[in-house]
Design a protein around this ligand. Structure first.
Ligand code: SAH
Length: 493
């Protein structure tokens, strides 16, 4: 089976950085069910095209019982469409070969992964159970222009008519990570089959890869049903978690995406300044100017505040690379410590940082690291005594912030919640930060003290909490501290 992804973004060869696959080389990857090859039929500054070819070994499938279901030793097990048609095998190949890009990371060109770029995708043979109409219903709401060409059952016998396979071309201007997650989820959905057993973790996989688009997709229920192989309990579970975000009006969401896209475009055209902000070097400069690490001061304050709540079971929501987790582990007051983040890569770093693999049994029993999104209701984080949300909210745009509020304050409902976020007023103190710029490229906003308080008061009164504020870092008489902190305390029922 063959998938190609092409772009005319300039320089087009940035595609190689985004996918982390060198355009100059032919590379092969061993998969549990066959082999994948990555090569670039074209790689110039103007146009770059990557091809992923996946070869499925049908005999190996039978041996490993991964083939289509059917009676043992029937012909169908050996002769089937799996080697040619795009299916869940393609999703696995995408995750294995382009795992980093799928998780939205691009080390060599930070920021590029979030930029909507012009992409053209072709899938040589996409099985569509439900026909062309369903194919369009899946991709068009996501902003793709869809071109299809039905493939004949047999090119030698035109009277046999067309098959359920299509040659498909999709064009859109979106971030690569989005594009890959759309394919990852929707290809097996269109095929209406999966080559592996679908269990509980398939729900979280669907929510993770569907983040930011599935909850507002008009066909979300059909997607969930097919993705979860029609297992009623799993589908209900997924739909109940998707509900939180559907509070977002799809039209509003579309407008927001358009606005974001325009903002990003102007950010690229002003690339000179924009690039300086998002980079680790700029970050380090900002840190340097605070005289010591603001990060450490922040962790110290958050830790002190958590200790003062007398909580022993605590959450670190958006724990990132685990700095706070490590500090929490050193305090015997905390008997159960749970880190949650949407980013796999960050959690891997966190696991290393706290030396999870080398912990004693007793230590290990105190800590849990969960991959999950704060956009969705999640039983695993409900009824804890305290939660820390350190430098996370400024990464969420308005509809996501609203979903976050409902998930954390409305559903998980810890007794105490500590939230920190930058104080924008303080930015003038940093010479390396041009006026009006944010501290990180990914920040959707940075609030003044008044703005933060307005938000916090609204959340507190809406969800039954009281709130107090603390400065973090060196406080300036006029512009305040670099970081602001709110401590929410739940009113007793
Ligand atoms: N609290 C950490 C990391 C802050 S960076 C620290 O202070 O070091 C923001 C983190 O929020 C990132 O790790 C990012 O992956 C995470 N994040 C962003 N959106 C999220 C979401 N919807 N659900 C869970 N985590 C999210």
């Amino acid at each position: 089976m063959l998938l190609t992804i092409a772009t005319t973004h300039q320089p087009a060869t940035d595609l190689g950085y985004l996918l982390r696959k060198n355009p100059a080389r032919l590379q092969s990857f061993r998969l549990s069910f066959g082999t994948a090859w990555v090569f670039y039929p074209e790689a110039t500054d103007e146009q770059c095209e990557m091809a992923l070819q996946v070869e499925v070994d049908p005999v190996g499938l039978v041996r490993n019982r991964r083939g289509p279901q059917g009676e043992a030793r029937t012909l169908d097990q050996y002769v089937n469409d799996r080697p040619y048609a795009a299916s869940s095998f393609l999703s696995v190949a995408i995750a294995d070969v382009f795992g980093t890009a799928l998780s939205g990371v691009c080390k060599e060109r930070p920021g590029l992964e979030d930029l909507p770029l012009p992409f053209e995708v072709t899938v040589a043979a996409l099985p569509c159970r439900g026909g062309e109409e369903l194919l369009r219903r899946m991709f068009e709401p996501l902003g793709y222009a869809v071109e299809t060409e039905p493939l004949p059952l047999d090119s030698r016998f035109s009277e046999w008519g067309v098959s359920r396979y299509f040659r498909v071309k999709l064009s859109a201007k979106i971030p690569l990570q989005r594009l890959l997650s759309h394919l990852y989820v929707l290809v097996p959905v269109l095929d209406n089959d999966k080559h592996y057993w679908v269990g509980e973790d398939e729900v979280s996989k669907l929510l993770r890869h569907g983040e930011g688009w599935l909850a507002t997709h008009p066909e979300r229920e059909l997607v969930a049903r097919r993705y979860l192989k029609h297992q009623r309990r799993l589908v209900e579970d997924a739909m109940s978690q998707l509900v939180v975000e559907t509070g977002v009006d799809p039209d509003e969401e579309q407008q927001r995406q358009d606005a974001e896209e325009m903002a990003l475009e102007s950010c690229v055209s002003a690339a000179g300044t924009a690039v300086a902000i998002g980079t680790p070097e700029a970050d380090a400069r900002v840190e340097e100017e605070t005289g010591g690490s603001l990060n450490e001061q922040r962790m110290g304050t958050v830790l002190a505040v958590l200790k003062s709540t007398r909580a022993s079971r605590v959450l670190d929501l958006g724990c990132g690379e685990g700095r706070l987790l490590r500090a929490l582990l050193k305090e015997s007051q905390f008997s159960e410590i749970v880190g949650v983040d949407v980013s796999h890569r960050a959690l891997e770093v966190a696991r290393d940082r706290i030396r999870y693999d080398r912990m004693s049994e007793i230590q290990r029993a105190r800590v849990k690291i969960l991959q999950g999104s704060l956009m969705y209701r999640d039983q695993r984080i409900s009824s804890y005594e305290a939660a820390a949300v350190v430098e996370v909210i400024e990464h969420l745009d308005a509809p996501r912030l609203a979903a976050f509020e409902r998930v954390v304050f409305g559903c998980a409902k810890p007794d105490h919640v500590v939230v920190t976020t930058p104080n924008r007023e303080y930015n003038v103190k940093w010479e390396s930060l041009p006026g009006g710029q944010f501290r990180h490229r990914d920040h959707r906003f940075e609030w003044t003290r008044a703005e933060f308080r307005t938000w916090a008061e609204r959340v507190a009164s809406g969800f039954g909490y009281r709130v107090r504020y603390l400065p973090v870092g060196p406080e300036d008489a006029t512009v305040g501290p670099p970081t602001q902190l709110a401590l929410f305390e739940r009113n007793s029922p």
